[in-house]
Design a protein around this ligand. Structure first.
Ligand code: ADP
Ligand code: MG
Length: 385
């Protein structure tokens, strides 16, 4: 699919003129490091080849209009009336970004309005962060068009602020960082405290490995409540242990944590502390021994999310177990949990068999047919036209 051509074409259809440019940004898969971002820890996602594209045209007035191939109606707002509480629905993502640029130093009183048209090949709500893709594409487009010159880490914060304050989802900085900083065939190793990012070659293709995504298409109503509860447990654990965040704990702090905390809070803490270590181990192992050696960390990450953090669901566990039984190097659920997707790193030639095995295992249990596809580590946000 060519998202950019679609966006330019859609723009012309909606607005009756040609856009002056087009930008795109990818979704992401988190290879490892789950629920560590808001604990100031480490994450290691990569940008995928599914992208969201935005075509932009200028206007003489101060109105911003957005239309999307996913929405029936365009939404418009005057730049003087751009406040977080005035925005709702899907348009809160792109228009929230415009507002958040102002919060990060852009002088929105002296810019003109724009027309935007958005298309995407990132599946929505599958845990591949279509939200960060739309935010990052719009942030880069407006930054360039308005001549703001904000750097990419700042644009990541802009997307996060839009999502936190305007959409109202209390998410960390990982998704936008992956979407903006990703590079072809590489992962983004991000320290969520310092925001230092290292782009690390993954070498999947060179090693004959594919990354298969299993979108279970399960979405639990309590996902956002569950997310908030996990964040609260992490904060309570850090407070009880006298640290600013769980990032400040090491594996050898865990016995003290166990003695001090109730069982549930302790298991939440143990997930985060061991997950941070698994991210570091994954990056080190990748550098020293290549991608074929990182499987045990992916597998252990899944167990920790299933048993300690308790954010998996039976469909995700089945996808992971089936992958492991069919020759995967490693497999885990990915994303915030309570549904969404699992990933399996597996030899290219085993992908068709694994795909069949997962479909039939799901059918056997009476689960909804999952959506299966491979993703390729790809370049981050860019101007395309
Ligand atoms: P995820 O990020 O896992 O895909 P989210 O719930 O965080 O799921 O974000 C999905 C929401 O983002 C959609 O419901 C919609 O409001 C908005 N969105 C994402 N992509 C687009 C798009 N191309 N056009 C319009 N809205 C979009
Ligand atoms: Mg999202």
């Amino acid at each position: 699919m060519n998202e950019v051509a679609d966006a330019m074409h859609g723009f012309a259809e909606w607005y009756g003129r040609r856009p002056i440019g087009a930008w795109s940004a990818p979704g992401r898969v988190n290879l490892i490091g789950e629920h560590t971002d808001y604990n100031d820890g480490f994450v290691f996602p990569f940008a995928i080849d599914q992208r969201t594209a935005v075509a932009l045209g200028d206007r003489d007035d101060r109105v911003i209009r957005v239309a999307s191939s996913f929405a029936a109606e365009p939404v418009q707002v005057h730049l003087d009336e751009l406040t977080p509480d005035a925005l709702e629905g899907w348009a809160a993502y792109p228009l929230g970004v415009a507002w958040a640029l102002g919060e990060h130093g852009a002088d929105l009183e002296h810019v003109r309005g724009v027309d935007l048209y958005i298309t995407s090949s990132v599946p929505i709500g599958a845990g591949l962060s279509s939200s960060a893709a739309i935010e990052s594409a719009v942030a880069l487009a407006l930054d360039e068009h308005w001549g703001l010159n904000l750097d990419r880490p700042t644009l990541a914060k802009v997307g996060q602020l839009a999502e936190n304050r305007v959409v109202g989802a209390p998410t960390g900085i990982m998704d936008q960082s992956a979407s903006l900083l990703g590079e072809a065939d590489a992962g983004v190793f991000l320290d969520c405290r310092s925001l230092d990012a290292d782009v690390i070659p993954l070498g999947f293709a060179a090693h004959g490995l594919s990354l298969l995504v299993v979108d279970t298409r399960v979405e639990h109503a309590h996902a956002s409540g569950g997310y908030a509860a996990r964040r609260a447990s992490c904060e309570a654990g850090a407070r009880a242990l006298g640290v600013e965040s769980l990032r400040d704990l090491r594996l050898d702090d865990l016995p003290r944590a166990q003695a001090l905390l109730d069982d549930e809070t302790f298991r939440r803490v143990r997930h985060v502390v061991t997950e941070d270590q698994r991210v570091l181990d994954t990056v080190r192992t990748l550098r020293e021994r290549g991608p074929g050696a990182i499987g045990p960390f992916l597998d252990a990450s899944h167990v920790s999310m299933r048993d300690d953090f308790e954010i998996s669901v039976p469909e995700l566990d089945l996808a992971v177990e089936t992958a492991q039984a069919n020759g995967a190097v490693g497999a885990r659920m990915t994303g915030g949990g309570f549904g969404g997707s699992a990933i399996a790193l597996i030899a290219d030639e085993l992908v068709p068999d694994l795909t069949r095995a997962i479909r039939s295992a799901f059918a056997e249990r009476g689960y909804r047919d999952p959506s299966l596809f491979t993703v390729h580590p790809s370049q981050g946000a860019r101007r395309d036209a």
